[in-house]
Design a protein around this ligand. Structure first.
Ligand code: NAD
Ligand code: MLT
Length: 314
């Protein structure tokens, strides 16, 4: 399959490598990261291709207005911001770049886990405010603790091997990854009900789908050890934020490290202000290396498409 791709709109901050590769292959590129939804709807009919990261929402009404659009590319892993059903119904191909930011997201997860364990953010904040909170900010070692990894795909696997180097025991759940595959990277597969009472830390690395929405909720958190710590560097909504807040207040949850939120930015959410929460503004993939890789990957995938090479993506 090949087709003519005259021009592409890049509507989010994607590394310029993407522009360079597309232009050097004869594809006209317009980069405009300032479009409102209404402006995008009025501009989109001009384009054959659209490349987004996460800010642009390629919703059904945007897709309905896209009379010439043949392909949407996401310079990232999840395609949550693209209405894939609406695109498929119109025959528009949706591509992503799974893998390009895996290592960055895994490193960020480990950084959040360690920062939470040692109160790095709270310590920085206290110094900024002129305090010297040594007694208040007692942490804990991760060595010898049990880390439960829910979702043993690309990122879950990389988190496991990194935290094993810190002396953590890694257990996990994934309905698709076979136990022998998990064992090959040092993770003992278990059912969720076996996991809850064993975990000192729980990190989620699943997509946000009906089966994973509110996976950590009042009921499942109550089955955990008192003081369990949780990390979400996957998608907002896998952990029920209201339930998490209640568990933090009661002490059932001893700390949370969050990179993603139900609503982004989470300006109104009390969760980001809680003293036991370490948080970052969806920075999992925000490294020069990951952004360079996903920009190159999506541009090459577009070019391959034009040249009729095999398609790639999740
Ligand atoms: P992946 O597809 O490689 O792995 C996801 C795993 O989840 C799969 O192995 C799948 O079998 C498993 N899974 C599906 N349903 C499950 C369930 N009900 N319970 C447990 N496991 C289940 O994906 P990935 O590349 O590892 O990405 C993981 C998540 O991280 C995605 O949500 C992705 O969007 C997100 N992500 C976030 C950032 C960030 O900036 N914070 C960066 C990259 C990816
Ligand atoms: C992804 O799905 O790749 C991440 O959420 C990171 C991003 O939005 O760039």
């Amino acid at each position: 399959m090949s087709f003519n791709l005259r021009n592409v709109l890049i509507s989010d901050e994607v590394d310029d490598k993407c522009v360079d590769i597309l232009r050097s292959n004869g594809i006209e590129v317009v980069k405009n990261t300032k479009l409102s939804k209404e402006q995008l709807i009025s501009e989109i009919p001009k384009y054959d291709g659209l490349i987004v990261r996460s800010a642009t929402k390629a919703t059904a009404d945007v897709i309905a207005a896209a009379t010439n659009l043949k392909i949407i590319g996401r310079a990232g892993t999840g395609v949550d911001n693209i209405d894939c059903d609406a695109a498929t119904k119109k025959g528009i191909i949706v591509m992503n770049t799974p893998g390009g930011n895996t290592l960055s997201a895994a490193e960020h997860t480990c950084a959040l886990l360690m920062a939470m364990s040692r109160n790095i953010a709270q310590g920085t904040e206290s110094l900024h405010q002129g305090r010297w909170d040594r007694k208040k900010l007692m942490g804990n070692e991760v060595n010898g603790k049990t880390l439960a990894i829910l979702g043993l795909g690309r990122i879950g696997k990389e988190v496991a091997t990194r935290m094993q180097a810190f002396g953590m025991t890694t257990i996990g759940f994934d309905p698709i990854t076979p136990p022998e595959v998990a064992a090959s990277f040092g993770v003992k597969s278990m059912s969720l009900d076996e996991i809850w009472p064993l975990a000192d830390y729980i990190t989620v690395h699943t997509p946000l789908i009906p089966q994973t929405k509110n996976l950590l909720n009042d009921t499942t958190l109550s089955k955990c050890k008192k003081g369990v710590k949780v990390i979400n560097c996957a998608r907002g909504g896998i952990i029920d934020e209201d339930a998490l807040l209640r568990a933090l207040e009661s002490g059932q949850c001893g700390g949370a490290a969050l990179d993603v939120f139900v609503q982004e930015p989470p300006t109104e959410s009390p969760i980001i202000k809680h003293p036991k929460v370490t948080c970052t503004p969806h920075l999992g993939a925000s490294t020069l290396e990951a952004q360079s890789r996903v920009a190159e990957d999506i541009a090459k995938q577009f070019v391959d498409m034009v040249k009729g090479k095999e398609l790639f993506g999740a």
